[in-house]
Unconditional design. Structure first.
Length: 150
């Protein structure tokens, strides 16, 4: 059983359509992976902040924040294309590392007063949520005995 091929408990809703009530469904493409969509949206939000003139005072921070925040989605995508759960988990672990790096860079940007306390809090919360989603997925993969994703 692969990362996104978990058992599906289905029920019939009022319209007669089958829908998932618990469990997970095997994702057919990246757009069906919620954590990927969250990562892409968070990256767009960080990119918008990086356009501020204040970031020109610390080009290194701007570059590091840009790179770490924009790496999360692509690492999830690259992992999704792997053939085994173990390989997928390795990429998700790297994505989780980039999440933590991004949170650290956001704190520095807040300390430098490039972003407000509220902006830092909001984005750090988004990235923390992404990190928790990745952790749950990684833990599931560990419990699934590292099956081939075929």
């Amino acid at each position: 059983m692969g990362p996104s091929s978990l058992s599906l408990t289905q029920k019939i809703d009022e319209s007669g359509m089958r829908c998932a009530s618990t469990g997970h469904v095997r994702a057919r493409n990246l757009s069906e992976i919620q954590v990927y969509r969250h990562a892409q949206a968070a990256s767009v939000a960080v990119s918008a902040l990086l356009k501020r003139p204040a970031f020109s005072r610390d080009v290194d921070l701007k570059d590091q924040l840009s790179r770490s925040s924009s790496r999360v989605g692509p690492l999830i995508a690259e992992g999704f294309g792997q053939l085994t759960d173990r390989h997928l988990a390795a990429y998700l672990g790297r994505a989780r590392g980039s999440v933590l790096e991004t949170i650290a860079h956001l704190a520095k940007a807040q300390n430098e007063q490039f972003i407000s306390d509220a902006e830092c809090s909001q984005l750090a919360e988004k990235y923390d949520h992404i990190g928790r989603m990745l952790t749950r997925w990684i833990n599931h993969l560990k419990e699934s005995d590292w099956n081939d994703r075929g």
